[in-house]
Each structure stands twice: as C-alpha cells, then as structure tokens.
Design a protein around this ligand. Structure first.
Ligand code: PMP
Length: 378
C-alpha cells in the first residue's frame, strides 16, 4: 500500500500546542513538584545499558533505602503508579489458594483484598469504618484464626486521613510466620516509618505525594523473609511485567547485572521533612477549627500529616464547595474516596506544597467557599 492510502487524518489536537494549566494541587496527590524536579525531567534520554544509567539507578536505590530506613538489597523503583506496587507485592509473595489477611479501614485495604482475590488467594478481611484503628490484639487473633502468609495494613490511609501506628505488628507477624506488607503511598516522607526496625517485610510507596516527584514510579522493598517466600514459590506470578525475578535482575539486586531505570525521589532529609509536615499540619488544624470546621480524625496524634480530612460542614454540598474553589481559586481539594465518600473533604499539603503560605491560601479559599456556596436548611 502507498502512503497516500492513509484514511485516518492526523488529529487536529496533535497540531495544537499542548496547554497545561498551573494549579494548586492541594488534594491527596498528585502534588505540585519543585522546579528543579520538573527541570530534571527535561534532561537528555540515555540508554538503559549505559554506565551513567547504572550509577543513577544505584543512587535511586540508596535514596529509597534511606527514606524507607532499610538495608534491604531487594529495593527498586518500579514503573507504574502505587497500584503497580500493590499488585507487585501481592502477586510475588502469594500463591493461589494461600491465605491473606487484610485490614480494611478505608479504600486501600479493600483494593488490596480485591487484588489478592483476583489472583486466587483466600482473602480474609478485618473491616472497620473509615479512620478506625486495629489493635495489636485484634490483629494477632485474626492471624491465629486465618493463618495468613501475608498481612496488609495501610500506614497513611489517605481516604480517611489516618496514620496507623506500626509498632509491635511486625513481631506478631514473625511469630505467626506471616509477611507484613505496608502501604506508605500517602505517608512516605510526611510521617515517620522505619522498615527494618519495625520489622516490615514488604514496603512500597508512590512518587507523586510527599516525595516531590511526578506520578509514574513506585519504590518498593522486600526483606530476606519476603525474598525467601517469593523466590521459592511453586507457581509463577500471574504478571510477567511485575515478576520480581525480572525486576530484581534489571536492578542488579539478584547479584547479577545492573540494568534499566526510572527517575524518582527528590526527598533529601527524612527527619526534617517529617517535622515540617507535622508542624504545618498542626497549623492547618488550628486554621480549620477557627473556620468552625471539624477534623474527621479526632485524635490529633493519629492524623496523617500529609492529607487532612474534615467532616463535611453541615448544610453544605461538598461537591459545590470543591467546584467553587477550583473555579475561583484554581485550587484542587477533593471529597472522600471509596467508603469515605460523602463523609469527608480532603486537603493535602505535602512535599513542595508543605508551606505556611499554602496553608493560608487553602484556608482562605475554604473560607471564601463557605461564605459563597449556599447553605441549605436541612
Ligand atoms: N495507597 C494509598 C494510601 C494512596 O493514597 C494511593 C493514591 N491515592 C495509592 C495507594 C495508589 O497509588 P496510585 O494512585 O499512585 O496508583
């Protein structure tokens, strides 16, 4: 066929210049990123086998080991969003028919439960209303009953605004010969986490929240216990793309060659970042309370510093408030997600956005929305 037999013309959209607006991303992520990170995305492409690429990958690996506080060799950054890491963790460590225990107190536990069910695991859910805690005793009782190979818990439950305590759970998992999997997509960089000393066997996060990076990469780490389980399985993982036998080889974690990569991670100091998020969150809580709003998580020590949830103010339509702020302040905040829809509104101030001037701007926009959106009598 000749070139003139093209029947589909080039789309007009591709002939126009790309327009992307500047917005205040004050929702639960993605978040705005610093100019130096945006500029890094404009560097030249190099080959995945070039020596400079090996160096960049090694630097990324060291950066992840630092933010995770782990010495695990099996530490990589995957291409894909946080969901890719969720699937990678479950697909590699669980075989069909095995028992998995999932703590569900918001959307993320429910998602992991579904992922595990889809690959044929025998899933047991511990369910609470969004934002509630699981005690170590409850966790241990469920573990003794269901004998899972994997237990999942969300550290930063972004749909509810809860930061779940982690201490002691790793010991319970070891006692019951179960792997401890923790999601820190919304909390990494904003709230303290210590993979090794908290005995977390598999930990993952995402790039686009408090880590100051664009969406699209997901750091993940497996300890020796997790590697033992995933590299001694009888069946192959259901996904080729997410198979850690291949990914660990790309990243040189299998003792063979170092290859391929992605760019991620612009967090330079963990302790400093945790402190900043905590202080700014306290400032935001005070401002919200001064506006007459109610924080959804009552105990301030359990609030997730990166994503704050407020109860929907009585008489207001939350969608109207959000649309008003987007239209008049060019600012994104969001409603709930999954089980917290209709219960909360969410304000995220994380990473580069974690600044007092941004909190003031968010409070101003909210005050303006509360003043100008109509309030029903019911
Ligand atoms: N887990 C948590 C706690 C999250 O907040 C998110 C993103 N909102 C995810 C997982 C999923 O990450 P992603 O959107 O990057 O797929």
């Amino acid at each position: 066929r000749s070139m003139s037999s093209l029947t589909i013309p080039p789309p007009a959209a591709l002939l126009r210049p790309l327009e992307v607006p500047n917005r205040y991303l004050f929702g639960p992520g993605p978040s705005n990123v610093p100019p130096r990170v945006l500029a890094a995305g404009g560097r030249p492409i190099i080959g995945h086998l070039h020596p400079e690429m090996y160096e960049i990958m090694n630097d990324i690996k060291k950066g992840i080991q630092y933010i995770f506080q782990t010495e695990n060799n099996m530490t990589i950054s995957m291409s894909g969003s946080g969901h890719a890491a969720m699937e990678c963790a479950v697909f590699n460590t669980v075989e069909p028919g095995e028992s998995v225990l999932v703590a569900v107190n918001g959307i993320w536990g429910e998602r992991v439960a579904e992922i595990a069910e889809r690959m044929g695991a025998n899933v047991h859910r511990m369910v609470k209303t969004p934002g509630q805690l699981f005690s170590n005793t409850e966790i241990e009782q469920a573990m003794a009953k269901h004998k899972p190979v994997l237990f999942f818990l969300t550290h930063g439950e972004s749909s509810a605004g809860l930061c779940h305590p982690m201490d002691g759970i790793g010991d319970i998992c070891q006692k019951h010969n179960c792997l401890f999997l923790v999601d820190t997509v919304a909390s990494m960089g904003a709230a303290p986490i210590f993979m090794d000393s908290q005995k977390i066997d598999i930990l993952y996060t995402g790039s686009q929240k408090a880590l100051n990076s664009p969406p699209g990469t997901a750091p993940i780490s497996f300890n020796e216990r997790a590697c033992d389980k995933m590299f001694n399985r009888k069946t192959k993982p259901v996904s080729y793309l997410l198979d850690m036998t291949h990914l660990s080889n790309y990243w040189g974690c299998d003792g063979q060659t170092v290859r391929v990569t992605l760019q991620c991670g612009a967090l330079r100091h963990n302790g400093e970042s945790w402190r900043q998020h905590k202080e700014l969150a306290a400032y935001l809580y005070k401002g919200l309370e001064d506006l007459g709003l109610t924080l959804f998580i009552r105990d301030k020590d359990l609030r997730l510093p990166s994503v704050t949830t407020i109860a929907i103010p009585k008489g207001y339509n939350w969608r109207e408030l959000l649309v008003y702020m987007m239209k008049n302040h060019n600012m994104e905040m969001t409603g709930g997600l999954g089980p917290s829809i209709g219960m909360v509104m969410r304000i995220g101030l994380m990473g580069y956005n974690c600044k007092k001037s941004n909190a003031d701007m968010a409070l101003h926009a909210l005050a303006d929305a509360l003043k100008n959106c109509k309030k029903s009598k019911v």
